[in-house]
Design a protein. Structure first.
Length: 332
């Protein structure tokens, strides 16, 4: 009798297990069968469309995660608002996507949304900017740039270029406050100021990585200060805005001007301004993350655990040495 009961319990447990695992598979299968035809569904929360860099980044993601490549990409543009990204992450969870990918607009405040994703068993890949969290199990892996190094590279150029300038007047156009790109590039400049007693940041404000706000800040600065040696712009679009303001104020700038301009991103438009001599030095921030994120997803699909952090190799361009061939060789 005992043996019969034991066998019955085992049989019940086995069938329950089979049902459960089938249920999960059914969910996935249903999910796939319902509306994804076996495609891998990627929920991607993008910061916005604030800059040439961001446009190139979105293009890279769309080109990579196409249906012909085996993916369904659900892309949500957050218009640079964290609350929209948090909503997008929760929507992706409800939609039972296979992966959540997001470029966090700022570093703080993601734990709750990522805990929901973890509870739902959906891997999270962070791309571009980074988050601050005490629990790194909340995301599977990250790929992006070393923003502090980008700042250090720009500052090294400043130290060489301005080594004989005793009193260097710097205007600092910061990116979106609290974003990794702004934090890293700002830290690079701050370290340079600490090392060079003659460096003086006469004005610092955020242009939120946009051309319009970069121009607004620069218009204000030009009304307040008559002497500026260098503008440290934390992305190309703010540099373009600064150039608009300098033109309107009949100020000369660039290689042959009174004001030097440093920029970040090295987008096609930014490098053309560097080639023309309007931007003195441009530090690359590579946006082509589509293939990099796909490589991580392929590892995960094959049961391989990716490296937690993957940094992108980047270079910098000096107006005195850049060539048209340098620009033509690049895809963004
Ligand atoms: C950098 C990226 C920044 C770019 C800006 O990886 O997050 O955001 O530097 C963009 O152009 O808006």
């Amino acid at each position: 009798m005992k043996k019969t009961i034991l066998l019955f319990i085992c049989a019940m447990m086995l069938s329950a297990f089979t049902l459960t695992s089938c249920k999960k598979d059914d969910n996935k299968a249903n999910n796939a069968a319902d509306n994804n035809e076996g495609l891998i569904v990627i929920g991607f929360s993008q910061v916005g469309a604030e800059s040439d860099w961001r446009i190139a980044n979105t293009k890279s993601m769309r080109e990579t995660f196409s249906e012909e490549n085996g993916y369904r990409l659900l892309l949500k543009d957050a218009q640079q608002k964290q609350e929209n990204q948090i909503q997008a992450i929760n929507d992706f969870i409800a939609q039972k996507v296979d992966y959540i990918v997001f470029a966090p607009v700022t570093e703080e405040g993601w734990d709750d949304a990522l805990k929901n994703a973890k509870s739902a068993g959906i891997p999270v890949i962070i791309v571009d900017r980074m988050i601050k969290t005490t629990d790194d199990s909340l995301y599977t892996c990250w790929v992006g740039s070393d923003f502090r190094n980008e700042g250090d590279v720009a500052v090294e150029w400043m130290e060489t270029t301005f080594k004989d300038v005793a009193d260097l007047k710097i205007v600092h156009l910061q990116g979106s406050l609290g974003s990794s790109a702004q934090i890293g590039r700002t830290e690079g400049l701050a370290a340079g100021v600490d090392r060079n007693s003659g460096w003086d940041v006469i004005y610092r404000a955020t242009g939120d990585f946009t051309q319009v706000k970069g121009k607004e800040v620069m218009e204000y600065v030009l009304k307040q200060y008559s002497h500026i040696d260098v503008i440290y712009c934390e992305n190309d679009n703010m540099a373009f805005g600064a150039i608009e303001a300098l033109d309107a104020a009949n100020k000369t700038y660039g290689v042959n001007g009174e004001v030097a301009i440093i920029s970040f991103d090295a987008t096609n438009a930014g490098l053309n301004e560097t080639l023309s001599g309007k931007i003195n030095y441009n530090v690359e921030c590579n946006p082509l993350h589509g293939p990099r994120v796909e490589a991580l997803i392929k590892q995960l699909e094959n049961g391989v655990t990716p490296e937690k952090l993957a940094f992108v190799e980047e270079v910098a361009f000096d107006a005195t040495t850049i060539t048209k061939a340098d620009i033509d060789a690049r895809s963004y």
